[in-house]
Design a protein around this ligand. Sequence first.
Ligand SMILES: CC(C)(COP(=O)(O)OP(=O)(O)OC[C@H]1O[C@@H](n2cnc3c(N)ncnc32)[C@H](O)[C@@H]1OP(=O)(O)O)[C@@H](O)C(=O)NCCC(=O)NCCS
Length: 158
Amino acid sequence: MKPLEVRDAVEADAQQACEVMQRSIRELCVADHGERPDVLARWLANKRPEIFMSWIAQPGNSLMVAIDDTKVLAVGAVTDSGEITLNYVSPDARFRGVSRALLGALEKRALERGNGQCRLTSTATARRFYLANGYVESGPPRHNFGTTSGFPMQKVLK
Ligand SMILES: CC(C)(COP(=O)(O)OP(=O)(O)OC[C@H]1O[C@@H](n2cnc3c(N)ncnc32)[C@H](O)[C@@H]1OP(=O)(O)O)[C@@H](O)C(=O)NCCC(=O)NCCS
Protein backbone atom coordinates (compact mmCIF):
# COMPACT_ATOMS: atom_id res chain seq x y z
CA MET A 1 0.00 0.00 0.00
CA LYS A 2 1.28 3.48 -0.88
CA PRO A 3 2.04 5.88 2.00
CA LEU A 4 -0.41 8.67 2.69
CA GLU A 5 0.01 11.62 0.35
CA VAL A 6 -1.37 15.12 0.91
CA ARG A 7 -1.57 17.23 -2.25
CA ASP A 8 -3.54 20.03 -3.88
CA ALA A 9 -6.93 18.87 -5.10
CA VAL A 10 -7.69 18.47 -8.80
CA GLU A 11 -11.06 18.38 -10.56
CA ALA A 12 -10.90 14.57 -10.85
CA ASP A 13 -11.06 14.38 -7.02
CA ALA A 14 -14.39 16.20 -6.86
CA GLN A 15 -16.79 13.26 -6.73
CA GLN A 16 -14.88 11.22 -4.14
CA ALA A 17 -13.96 14.27 -2.07
CA CYS A 18 -17.60 15.35 -1.81
CA GLU A 19 -18.64 11.85 -0.77
CA VAL A 20 -15.97 11.91 1.95
CA MET A 21 -17.14 15.33 3.22
CA GLN A 22 -20.80 14.32 3.16
CA ARG A 23 -20.13 11.08 5.07
CA SER A 24 -17.77 12.80 7.51
CA ILE A 25 -20.45 15.32 8.41
CA ARG A 26 -23.37 12.87 8.52
CA GLU A 27 -21.60 10.04 10.34
CA LEU A 28 -18.94 11.71 12.49
CA CYS A 29 -20.38 15.10 13.40
CA VAL A 30 -23.56 13.86 15.08
CA ALA A 31 -22.68 15.78 18.26
CA ASP A 32 -22.91 18.95 16.14
CA HIS A 33 -25.94 18.37 13.89
CA GLY A 34 -27.91 16.09 16.22
CA GLU A 35 -29.48 14.47 13.11
CA ARG A 36 -31.50 17.68 12.57
CA PRO A 37 -32.51 17.74 8.89
CA ASP A 38 -32.44 21.55 8.63
CA VAL A 39 -28.90 21.76 10.02
CA LEU A 40 -27.67 18.87 7.87
CA ALA A 41 -29.22 20.37 4.74
CA ARG A 42 -27.42 23.69 5.28
CA TRP A 43 -24.11 22.01 6.14
CA LEU A 44 -24.16 19.61 3.19
CA ALA A 45 -25.53 22.06 0.62
CA ASN A 46 -22.16 23.28 -0.71
CA LYS A 47 -20.32 19.91 -0.51
CA ARG A 48 -21.07 19.24 -4.20
CA PRO A 49 -18.68 18.49 -7.10
CA GLU A 50 -19.37 21.68 -9.08
CA ILE A 51 -18.81 23.80 -5.97
CA PHE A 52 -15.69 21.78 -5.08
CA MET A 53 -14.32 22.63 -8.54
CA SER A 54 -15.02 26.32 -7.96
CA TRP A 55 -13.01 26.13 -4.69
CA ILE A 56 -10.03 24.78 -6.67
CA ALA A 57 -10.20 27.77 -8.98
CA GLN A 58 -10.80 30.32 -6.22
CA PRO A 59 -7.88 32.75 -5.88
CA GLY A 60 -6.32 32.79 -2.42
CA ASN A 61 -7.64 29.34 -1.52
CA SER A 62 -5.73 26.06 -1.16
CA LEU A 63 -7.96 23.00 -1.42
CA MET A 64 -6.10 19.84 -0.43
CA VAL A 65 -6.79 16.11 -0.27
CA ALA A 66 -5.17 13.26 1.65
CA ILE A 67 -4.87 10.26 -0.65
CA ASP A 68 -4.11 6.63 0.03
CA ASP A 69 -3.18 5.12 -3.34
CA THR A 70 -6.12 6.40 -5.41
CA LYS A 71 -8.66 6.85 -2.65
CA VAL A 72 -9.50 10.24 -1.14
CA LEU A 73 -9.38 9.86 2.66
CA ALA A 74 -9.78 13.48 3.74
CA VAL A 75 -10.39 16.98 2.40
CA GLY A 76 -9.10 20.28 3.78
CA ALA A 77 -8.76 23.92 2.79
CA VAL A 78 -6.87 26.99 3.96
CA THR A 79 -7.01 30.57 2.75
CA ASP A 80 -3.96 32.69 2.03
CA SER A 81 -4.82 34.64 5.19
CA GLY A 82 -4.45 31.51 7.33
CA GLU A 83 -8.07 30.48 7.89
CA ILE A 84 -8.70 26.73 7.77
CA THR A 85 -12.15 26.39 6.25
CA LEU A 86 -12.47 22.60 5.72
CA ASN A 87 -11.04 19.50 7.43
CA TYR A 88 -13.09 16.34 6.90
CA VAL A 89 -11.88 12.75 7.17
CA SER A 90 -13.65 9.66 5.86
CA PRO A 91 -15.29 7.58 8.59
CA ASP A 92 -13.37 4.63 7.09
CA ALA A 93 -10.03 6.32 7.85
CA ARG A 94 -10.73 7.77 11.30
CA PHE A 95 -8.00 7.85 13.99
CA ARG A 96 -5.20 6.74 11.67
CA GLY A 97 -3.36 10.06 11.64
CA VAL A 98 -4.97 11.29 8.42
CA SER A 99 -6.44 14.53 9.81
CA ARG A 100 -3.19 15.23 11.66
CA ALA A 101 -1.23 14.88 8.40
CA LEU A 102 -3.73 17.02 6.49
CA LEU A 103 -3.75 19.70 9.20
CA GLY A 104 0.06 19.76 9.09
CA ALA A 105 -0.02 20.34 5.33
CA LEU A 106 -2.62 23.12 5.66
CA GLU A 107 -0.53 24.85 8.34
CA LYS A 108 2.61 24.50 6.21
CA ARG A 109 0.77 26.15 3.30
CA ALA A 110 -0.44 28.98 5.56
CA LEU A 111 3.11 29.53 6.79
CA GLU A 112 4.46 29.55 3.20
CA ARG A 113 1.89 32.26 2.39
CA GLY A 114 3.31 34.45 5.14
CA ASN A 115 0.95 33.75 8.05
CA GLY A 116 2.14 33.60 11.65
CA GLN A 117 -0.98 31.80 12.75
CA CYS A 118 -3.95 29.69 11.64
CA ARG A 119 -7.56 30.31 12.62
CA LEU A 120 -10.56 28.00 12.35
CA THR A 121 -13.96 27.28 13.81
CA SER A 122 -13.96 23.77 15.26
CA THR A 123 -16.89 21.43 15.49
CA ALA A 124 -17.62 19.95 18.91
CA THR A 125 -16.54 16.66 17.30
CA ALA A 126 -13.03 17.88 16.49
CA ARG A 127 -12.43 20.18 19.46
CA ARG A 128 -10.28 17.69 21.38
CA PHE A 129 -8.30 16.95 18.21
CA TYR A 130 -7.43 20.65 17.70
CA LEU A 131 -6.54 21.16 21.36
CA ALA A 132 -4.18 18.18 21.08
CA ASN A 133 -2.67 19.79 17.97
CA GLY A 134 -1.76 23.09 19.61
CA TYR A 135 -4.90 25.20 19.02
CA VAL A 136 -6.36 27.42 21.74
CA GLU A 137 -9.87 28.84 22.08
CA SER A 138 -10.07 32.36 20.65
CA GLY A 139 -13.63 33.56 21.20
CA PRO A 140 -17.21 32.74 22.11
CA PRO A 141 -19.00 29.81 20.37
CA ARG A 142 -20.63 30.44 16.97
CA HIS A 143 -23.61 28.79 15.34
CA ASN A 144 -22.31 27.58 11.98
CA PHE A 145 -25.00 26.08 9.71
CA GLY A 146 -27.44 26.32 12.63
CA THR A 147 -25.43 23.95 14.82
CA THR A 148 -25.23 24.72 18.51
CA SER A 149 -21.48 24.31 18.45
CA GLY A 150 -18.73 26.14 16.58
CA PHE A 151 -15.59 26.92 18.54
CA PRO A 152 -13.24 29.65 17.26
CA MET A 153 -9.63 28.55 17.73
CA GLN A 154 -6.17 29.67 16.70
CA LYS A 155 -2.60 28.43 16.72
CA VAL A 156 0.69 30.25 16.39
CA LEU A 157 2.70 28.63 13.59
CA LYS A 158 6.38 27.82 13.92
C1 LIG B 1 -11.84 14.17 15.43
C2 LIG B 1 -11.19 14.07 14.05
C3 LIG B 1 -10.96 15.46 13.47
C4 LIG B 1 -9.81 13.38 14.24
O1 LIG B 1 -9.22 13.16 12.98
P1 LIG B 1 -8.66 11.68 12.60
O2 LIG B 1 -8.08 11.71 11.26
O3 LIG B 1 -9.76 10.71 12.84
O4 LIG B 1 -7.60 11.47 13.75
P2 LIG B 1 -6.03 11.56 13.82
O5 LIG B 1 -5.59 10.14 13.89
O6 LIG B 1 -5.42 12.46 12.81
O7 LIG B 1 -5.87 12.26 15.22
C5 LIG B 1 -6.10 11.52 16.40
C6 LIG B 1 -6.29 12.49 17.51
O8 LIG B 1 -7.66 12.89 17.58
C7 LIG B 1 -7.99 13.08 18.95
N1 LIG B 1 -9.04 12.16 19.28
C8 LIG B 1 -8.98 10.88 19.62
N2 LIG B 1 -10.19 10.39 19.87
C9 LIG B 1 -11.03 11.40 19.69
C10 LIG B 1 -12.44 11.51 19.80
N3 LIG B 1 -13.21 10.49 20.16
N4 LIG B 1 -13.00 12.69 19.50
C11 LIG B 1 -12.24 13.74 19.14
N5 LIG B 1 -10.89 13.68 19.03
C12 LIG B 1 -10.31 12.52 19.31
C13 LIG B 1 -6.78 12.80 19.78
O9 LIG B 1 -6.11 14.03 19.98
C14 LIG B 1 -5.98 11.90 18.86
O10 LIG B 1 -4.62 11.99 19.12
P3 LIG B 1 -3.91 10.79 19.94
O11 LIG B 1 -4.11 9.56 19.11
O12 LIG B 1 -2.49 11.23 20.03
O13 LIG B 1 -4.64 10.73 21.24
C15 LIG B 1 -12.03 13.21 13.06
O14 LIG B 1 -12.06 11.84 13.48
C16 LIG B 1 -13.44 13.67 12.93
O15 LIG B 1 -14.34 13.26 13.65
N6 LIG B 1 -13.72 14.49 11.91
C17 LIG B 1 -15.09 14.90 11.62
C18 LIG B 1 -15.10 16.17 10.83
C19 LIG B 1 -14.83 17.37 11.67
O16 LIG B 1 -15.43 17.59 12.70
N7 LIG B 1 -13.90 18.15 11.18
C20 LIG B 1 -13.51 19.38 11.78
C21 LIG B 1 -14.14 20.50 11.07
S1 LIG B 1 -13.65 22.03 11.86
